[in-house]
Design a binder for this molecule. Structure first.
Ligand SMILES: [Ca+2]
Length: 418
């Protein structure tokens, strides 16, 4: 460890909830990751990075750039280093080899052109982690990359793929203690499930920013982006909640557009809550103001911060704050029989709700109903999906939480704050 690098800190006295985050940064992913890394109530033990909003070289560059910036801000402020998560590289494309991006929202580089406007923000070693086949796809030549000192990186480079990392973390933690948050397509998780379903079943829960349940989508009339980007992977994961025998996901909790479309960030609100002298403000203001654009249906200029809402859900869960923050679940709380349309047609990525299963929910999660339908056994799925949250409380919680990235962590009260 270099002399300039203070020892990692231990977060406050509450035992933080260990989480793994699969992400495709992405502007709203960046907000979500700052929020997660700043929270004393969750501990990010591993980050896995996938294609999604943009191609994998861009999402990886964005992730390591963001981690490098946070490290730089904290060093310049004389603050201790944050704990270092493992970082593993994930899928380059969807399971069926169709790649769909969202460059129209996030820009070609996923950070609204930040790397072109501010090339110094990307650490010189950012692509040292890329598989050889991916190196050189972006502007930087990989031939003269300085070999980074691993001890000085803000993360621990993993030799495992993202899917292998998801399995490794699951078996490295006690059963039913680890939470997985997915902020991109389900490709890495579906690959991990096919590698080792018994391991993935050890996660306490999977919390996913994904889906539009009985409402229009945001990338097509029927589909939300993260599911639309790899409907086959999503289909497999939804069905993993309802395997007739063998391992199954303990809990799949969707934070769908039903919730995230209601939490609208205004630039004014951001400017009011984040001190303008903060490096967080300087970094975020540039691409937020490019991303926040007039909506067709709203009179104010707003931005949807989908992924940050999903991370804040887990932070609330860790503090037992779900009720006080106004979380309401679709259905009875026993889960819904939701399926994903995975055919490559007009409705690809649409969530189908089996409304016949309503009222026939089993009282216990392990008491699945097997319905006999025309000679086939159909197991009823049990995906939990959130319906709403208090948007005002949420914006405040998210912005205040992001500010903590520049706290010394020891000063944060471990007691619930509301
Ligand atoms: Ca995302």
């Amino acid at each position: 460890m270099p002399v300039t690098s203070p020892p990692p800190i231990t977060k406050p006295s509450v035992t933080p909830l260990p989480v793994v985050i699969d992400t495709d940064p992405g502007v709203d992913d960046a907000l979500a990751l700052i929020l997660a890394l700043a929270s004393p109530f969750i501990n990010v033990v591993a980050l896995t990075v996938t294609y999604g909003n943009v191609a994998l070289p861009h999402t990886l560059r964005n992730l390591v750039s963001l981690l490098g910036l946070i490290q730089q801000w904290r060093r310049e402020a004389g603050l201790p280093e944050l704990p270092k998560p493992f970082l593993a590289i994930g899928a380059e494309r969807s399971l069926k080899a169709k790649t769909n991006g969202a460059e129209h929202i996030h820009g070609t580089d996923g950070f609204r052109g930040m790397h072109q406007k501010h090339p110094s923000l990307a650490p010189p070693h950012w692509d040292a982690l890329l598989p050889k086949a991916l190196q050189g796809l972006l502007s930087r030549s990989s031939s003269d990359i300085p070999i980074p000192d691993p001890a000085d990186l803000p993360y621990v480079p993993s030799s495992r793929t993202a899917a292998e990392e998801l399995v490794y973390q699951a078996i490295s933690h006690p059963d039913d203690t680890l939470t997985l948050i997915t902020l991109g397509p389900f490709t890495d998780l579906a690959t991990a499930w096919s590698l080792n379903p018994e391991a993935i079943a050890r996660y306490s829960r999977v919390v996913s920013m994904a889906g539009a349940v009985n409402i229009p989508g945001n990338i097509s009339p029927y589909a939300e982006f993260n599911i639309w980007a790899d409907p086959e992977a999503a289909r497999q994961i939804f069905e993993a909640t309802a395997t007739p025998q063998g391992p199954q996901l303990r809990e799949l909790i969707l934070i769908p557009l039903n919730v995230t479309e209601k939490v609208l960030l205004l630039l004014d609100h951001f400017e009011a809550r984040i001190p303008s002298s903060s490096p967080l403000y300087i970094f975020l203001h540039d691409f937020l103001k490019d991303t926040i654009c007039p909506s067709e249906t709203l009179t104010s200029s707003t931005m949807r911060i989908h992924d940050a809402v999903a991370v804040q859900y887990v932070i609330d869960l860790a503090q037992n704050h779900l009720a006080s923050r106004g979380w309401v679940e679709l259905g009875t709380g026993q889960g819904l029989d939701l399926r994903v349309e995975a055919q490559d047609q007009w409705t690809s990525g649409m969530i189908i709700t089996n409304q016949r299963a309503e009222g026939a929910r089993p009282p216990q999660n392990d008491d699945l109903i097997a319905q006999k339908t025309r000679g086939h056994t159909q197991v009823v799925g049990r995906v939990r999906a959130m319906k709403s949250v208090d948007p005002e409380l949420y914006l405040d919680a998210i912005l205040d939480g992001m500010n903590r990235i520049l706290d010394d962590m020891y000063s944060i009260s471990a007691a619930p704050d509301s």
